[in-house]
Design a protein around this ligand. Sequence first.
Ligand SMILES: C[S@@+](CC[C@H](N)C(=O)[O-])C[C@H]1O[C@@H](n2cnc3c(N)ncnc32)[C@H](O)[C@@H]1O
Length: 356
Amino acid sequence: MHCRPGFEGEAAAEMQELSAAKGIAGYAVTREGTALVRFVCPEEGEAATLMRKLSFHKLVFVRQWALGSWLDVSAEDRITPIITACAQGPLASCLWLETADTNDGKAMAALTKKLSKPLESALLKTRFIRPTKTDAPRLHLCFESGQRIFVGWSWANNSAPWPMGIPRLKVPREAPSRSTLKLEEAWHHFIPRDEWDSRLSPGMQAVDLGAAPGGWTWQMVNRHMKVIAVDNGPMDRRLMDSGQVEHIEADGYMFKPKVPVQWMVCDIVDKPARSSALLARWIARGWCREAIINFKLPMKRRYYEVQQCIDHVQSALDEAGIRATIACKQLYSDREEVTCHVRVLQAGSYKVQSAV
Ligand SMILES: C[S@@+](CC[C@H](N)C(=O)[O-])C[C@H]1O[C@@H](n2cnc3c(N)ncnc32)[C@H](O)[C@@H]1O
């Protein structure tokens, strides 16, 4: 499994808990700062069963995963043992060359680049990769070092759609801040691409709490949505000139929309308990149908804190009789935080109050 460096313990803890809940024995092997976690299921076939039974989208700290094993190779010939290892697994639709998301991993880039062409042609020739078999899993070759490689497979319907779980997104030139990528990445993660047109559509009304200077607002304006940007700080001038943004200088925690909106997004840096209470209030009171918010994590008990936040939001929604999906993910753009997404599936009975 790939994770953010420093969060190996959290990725291990969630796998441990989820595998136990599925009744599958396994243990995690971690080394702090490596950005990789092994989860070992000693019983034959149990790792494959676990991966089938768990929904990748439920994992918070795991960016990408694959089923396979580690291989020791010599610098003289890496390709032959890889081909031999591939013969033990399923046919694949494509090859993904990976490293850990660390400085050591980045130092491997020259080697993986050099090996990319010869590996691909050897795998095509031996027919372990068949690009026409689009429903086949992808083959991951993750280089921990020049001598140690993970050979594994992932299935497109239950894994991240990018090598190492890292989307290649570029900061748009016109966006007022780099944090613009956080919202874009969250959309990629939480909203299937074929639903963007219906769930992020022109004319939709959104509220951005803690909006300044406007990176997240920019993403929504770029999709022709109308945005109420709440922040005491100044918004980007050009963004305001779009005519699609109303800037309200107020406290985001006190703000109530005059009418319910489709989206609420919030990038205010605060205690997770405050952020989850804000999220619960917006959804439970019917003020928005979808929301994206960051939960800043404390130094310790980070996995526990995320579970607390999710439980808090879930209880508030249960009380309000609202059926919704709640998911959290530590995105590539997230540092000491996770991003939470809530989508209302069935509204409750709470009477929407107008703004005071
Ligand atoms: C991380 S920045 C937001 C960056 C923004 N999402 C972007 O992409 O440009 C956090 C913002 O939250 C604002 N903020 C902090 N506390 C707030 C509060 N109680 N109400 C409204 N805004 C708040 C700050 O003024 C700051 O502009």
